[in-house]
Design a protein. Structure first.
Length: 162
């Protein structure tokens, strides 16, 4: 069980002690997609509930800020910056996030939570007209900072650890 930092010697879940780690600047980027029919994508800025882009953008920022409350073993981080972009693309919407924190542990969970929360808010905005919407491809795109070094997914979407 020692390969998993979030498990103790008896296999029980635990919050990792990060007190000995150095405080460094950490940046994480994530993305996901929401699959939607083209006629719904064309209306996202003028739905009966309002502008889905704005709601998703704000929800993503709020989600990143609340990650420590939502993910049981995640450390609450002081976030320096959260960016969330919601852009139409072929077959739906792409959501991207970028989180910057100066902390003892990474910002990956915050970036992923920003995307997931933005996607859920977007789904909530469109569910009356597109119940078949699908949230998919939630993934870490890159991270920097910390002792384990940098990580970047390659252009084809494959794991490209550095």
């Amino acid at each position: 069980m020692s390969d998993f930092s979030h498990l103790d010697e008896r296999g029980r879940a635990r919050m990792v002690d990060v007190s000995a780690k150095a405080v460094t600047r950490r940046v994480a980027e994530a993305s996901c997609r929401v699959l939607l029919p083209p006629e719904v994508v064309a209306r996202l800025d003028a739905l009966p509930k309002g502008d889905a882009y704005t709601v998703a953008h704000l929800a993503g920022i709020a989600g990143a800020k609340r990650t420590g409350d939502l993910v049981p073993l995640a450390h609450p981080l002081p976030l320096d910056q959260v960016e969330v972009d919601v852009e139409p693309e072929e077959g739906g919407v792409r959501i991207r996030s970028r989180v910057v924190a100066t902390a003892r542990t990474g910002a990956e969970m915050e970036a992923l939570t920003a995307c997931a929360t933005a996607a859920l808010a977007l789904y909530d905005m469109v569910k009356a007209v597109a119940r078949g919407a699908v949230v998919t491809d939630l993934r870490l795109e890159s991270k920097s900072g910390g002792a384990r070094g940098d990580y970047r997914r390659d252009e084809a979407g494959r794991d490209a650890e550095r």
